[in-house]
Design a binder for this molecule. Structure first.
Ligand code: GDP
Ligand code: GDP
Length: 442
């Protein structure tokens, strides 16, 4: 049995340096750092490790003491949720501003939260000459630790303090969590779907223009399995979107596909499927990721009992290469079949790990070749001498042939479809490789 990783949440007012710290610990570009106050991100999870102890680090948005605007309320709710889920809370304050009334308000919540708290006094770039951390003893949260997130100074001691509070180490499980991504064009309902699935308001939805959010990795358990939902709703509805941000959103989708076992491609069932949807679908399979097409907003459709079949037929006629991909019709609004979509994704993930015995592979391939032999190549018969499954995730089949160059695209497609039908590989990308007979011995 694998134990979920412990969770460390960073909370604090906006602009104290939370995402700077987060990025320093996580490395890479997992969170957007903005220099303007009031720019908020959603909770952002990343895996970190210190002194051999892996954990999830959660970057929350900023905490605002008074309910001045709807966004602030939403952000505060996020933090309450983050505290609820955290094993350790890192409370970050700004050493250049001294304890503020808002810091006191957060401290009060934290003192009653029952969670271990590590108090970080950030922006003390010239520590030890700068020792403003002592003022923060007044928060009643124990020893304030000086740190400079931008330079990294003090971060080692801080990380020592954090991992000291992590729950007892449990033997690591065999199975890493399964990553499932929610992808699709803006406004198809990705956030609504993720929220519905995770059963709580995890994402800040705000109509304030210019608000950006990152994709979030949310670990959760479902049917006894450790899963991570990757939500790529990187962009809020807004009148004008800066080019750079849009690019960022596309990049997020790519990265989500690259690290996920299965993608749930959301489309809007009130519209015809877009060319862009088909393109993303093909990208996903090309990248070796499993695929489920999720037609959302089904509650808006006037239906008789043939509508979903007709819609699916239409999609698959437009994109024959997606004929095998499972499709499910849901409503993120009402919750209809939202879990079903996840169940189907898990089936696809399982099939993506299937190993087929070599004898079975050869039986099926033998039958396929009997039914339709490969076309001749430069007047010579093309034979498949032997076939085997060489790998999983995605399933990869190797064919040894006397004429490896003789395989046409059409014939490869025929073989792929045959393998798919034989083992129910719907939604699973299959890779075929053809090798010459010499390599047979290798
Ligand atoms: P968040 O809103 O709490 O996530 O804060 P950010 O990480 O976005 O940081 C807010 C601003 O403080 C940015 O301009 C950072 O460059 C700056 N900042 C963060 N950490 C430090 C630090 O250790 N020293 C100094 N001097 N500036 C910092
Ligand atoms: P995202 O940009 O893909 O994350 O899309 P959102 O989740 O923000 O949804 C875009 C809009 O569609 C919002 O106004 C949602 O309330 C609405 N929406 C999402 N799912 C459904 C649904 O299943 N049915 C209906 N009627 N509206 C939905």
């Amino acid at each position: 049995m694998s134990a979920p990783l412990p969770v460390v949440a960073i909370v604090g007012r906006p602009n104290v340096g939370k995402s700077t710290f987060f990025n320093r610990v996580i490395g890479g570009r997992s969170a957007i750092v903005e220099d303007r106050p009031g720019v908020t991100r959603d909770r952002n999870f990343g895996q970190a490790e210190w002194a051999g102890r892996p954990f999830w680090l959660v970057d929350t948005g900023g905490f605002i003491g008074e309910d001045v605007d709807p966004l602030a309320v939403a952000v505060r709710d996020q933090i309450m949720a983050a505290i609820g889920e955290a094993d350790v809370v890192v409370f970050m304050v700004d050493g250049r501003e001294g304890p503020t009334a808002e810091d006191q308000a957060v401290a009060e919540i934290l003192r009653t939260s029952g969670r271990p708290v590590v108090l970080l006094v950030n922006k003390l770039d010239r520590h030890p000459e700068e020792d403003a951390q002592h003022e923060f003893w007044s928060l009643g949260l124990g020893e304030p630790l000086p740190v400079s997130s931008s330079s990294g100074r003090g971060s080692g001691d801080v990380l020592d303090a954090i991992v000291a509070h992590l729950p007892e180490r449990v033997p690591p499980g065999d199975d890493a969590p399964l990553y499932i991504a929610v992808i699709g064009r803006p406004n198809v309902g990705k956030s609504s779907f993720a929220n519905r699935l995770l059963g709580e308001e995890r994402t800040v939805v705000s109509d304030i223009p210019g608000t950006t959010r990152d994709s979030i990795d949310t670990p959760f358990r479902y049917g006894g399995r450790d899963l991570v939902l990757v939500d790529t709703a990187g962009l809020r509805r807004q009148a004008r979107v800066k080019e750079g941000v849009e690019y960022y959103s596309a990049l997020r989708t790519e990265r989500a596909i690259a690290r996920s076992a299965v993608c749930l491609l959301l489309i809007d069932s009130t519209e015809e499927i877009h060319v862009q949807d088909l393109r993303i679908a093909e990208r996903t399979l090309d990248a070796g990721c499993g695929l489920v097409i999720v037609a959302n907003k089904w509650d808006l459709i006037e239906k008789d009992d043939r509508t979903s079949a007709a819609y699916e037929k239409h999609v698959k006629e437009r994109a024959p290469s997606l004929a095998h991909v499972p499709m499910v019709f849901i409503s993120a609004l009402t919750g209809q079949r939202v879990r079903k979509a996840l169940d189907i994704a898990l089936e696809v993930a399982d099939r993506r790990e299937t190993r087929i015995a070599t004898s079975e592979v050869n039986d099926v391939v033998g039958e396929l070749v009997r039914r339709l032999p490969p076309p001749h190549h430069h007047g010579r018969a093309v034979k498949i001498l032997y076939a085997t499954q060489a790998g999983v995730r995605p399933p990869t089949f190797v064919f040894f042939s006397n004429e490896p160059k003789g395989f046409t695209r059409n014939y490869l497609r025929y073989l792929t479809n045959g393998l798919r039908r034989a083992w129910d590989f719907g939604g699973v990308p299959l890779q075929l490789r053809i090798r010459g007979r010499r390599e047979d011995a290798a």
